[in-house]
Design a protein. Structure first.
Length: 323
């Protein structure tokens, strides 16, 4: 009996996705990216859209809907028909940071959207100019505590992953840090400020930092991930450099409107996790220093809830004003 059940299960799992997964209809799936074209979120959305479309036998149309702190795109999905035909590429910004930085936040990220699965996550690296007078994270901390609020850092924007990493670091280092935040209009502007000597340090997305570090343009002092980055293995983690438990990742996950049928959520999750086994997709993600995770909807939901609680604490402790 057990052998018969096993063979039945294996036979079911061998069915093509287009046949074995519940489909809403034959129409295209819309994947909404609430950020502009050309960034890591856009790359991730378009890559997964192509591979998931093939796996499910449905067209995936990726649409960029940036603006208003990513709430325009996210709220578009919140209001969409809950049939699994409209997905959101949500991030720590849409679900765990901006809810606590915006006065008129238009949706409840934990109630209005259902997690499908995780596209991937990536970390940041703390960088300084090549001629900056520190060569290690402990030396950076010592200098920061000596300079107090004379030390400054750049970020791409208020609420960016780099901004949040700096705030958490400020709160996590024994004795605290008192550096000042100077937000810019984007990552290239923040990098220009660093290279021009206008700020002391910044956090860069690991994928963006690889060429800068390997090209000897900046010094990477520590990464925000729990483990060392495969692309920059020589750079230690902040956690191993004197701040145990420190971790900050930017993450991207798939969401659908609440009320979407469970069978459709399961189908989308199965496709998402299946394409993470594809060597072509994995190579694209690795080149961008994105680490995928084959999580279930429940695992993704618990992760998002933990991130929501974490950044609520950090933002409230930092006393950041809502705008």
């Amino acid at each position: 009996m057990q052998r018969r059940h096993l063979l039945q299960a294996l036979a079911a799992s061998a069915l093509p996705l287009s046949a074995s997964l519940a489909r809403a209809d034959a129409g295209p799936v819309r994947l909404i990216v609430p950020f502009g074209a050309g960034g890591v979120t856009d790359l991730t959305g378009r890559t997964y859209g192509e591979y998931m479309g093939r796996a499910m036998g449905q067209s995936f149309i990726v649409e960029n809907k940036p603006g208003a702190g990513a709430t325009i795109g996210a709220n578009f999905v919140v209001k969409a028909k809950p049939d699994g035909q409209t997905l959101l590429l949500g991030t720590n910004v849409t679900h765990a940071i901006n809810p606590f930085l915006m006065k008129a936040f238009p949706y409840d990220p934990l109630k209005d959207l259902q997690a499908v699965g995780l596209f991937g996550h990536n970390g940041n690296v703390l960088v300084v100019r090549k001629d900056y007078p520190v060569d290690s994270f402990p030396a950076f901390v010592e200098r920061a505590q000596r300079m107090k609020d004379e030390m400054t850092y750049a970020s791409a924007s208020i609420g960016s992953s780099a901004h949040m990493a700096s705030e958490l670091l400020r709160q996590s280092v024994p004795g605290g840090l008192a550096y000042r935040h100077i937000p810019f209009a984007g990552p290239s502007e923040a990098m220009s400020a660093l290279m021009g000597g206008h700020v002391d340090f910044c956090f860069l997305n690991i994928g963006a930092a690889i060429s800068q570090v390997q090209g000897n343009k900046v010094k990477g002092l520590a990464v925000t991930t729990r483990k060392r980055a495969a692309s920059l293995p020589q750079i230690p983690t902040i956690a191993e450099s004197g701040v145990p438990g420190f971790e900050v990742v930017g993450w991207m996950a798939a969401f659908v409107p609440s009320g979407t049928p469970a069978a459709r959520v399961t189908a989308l999750n199965a496709a998402l996790n299946q394409v993470q086994q594809d060597a072509g997709l994995m190579k694209i993600l690795a080149n961008a220093a994105i680490d995928p995770e084959p999580w279930t909807p429940a695992q993704t939901t618990e992760f998002v809830k933990a991130e929501y609680a974490k950044w609520k604490r950090v933002i409230e402790k930092a006393g950041l004003e809502k705008v």
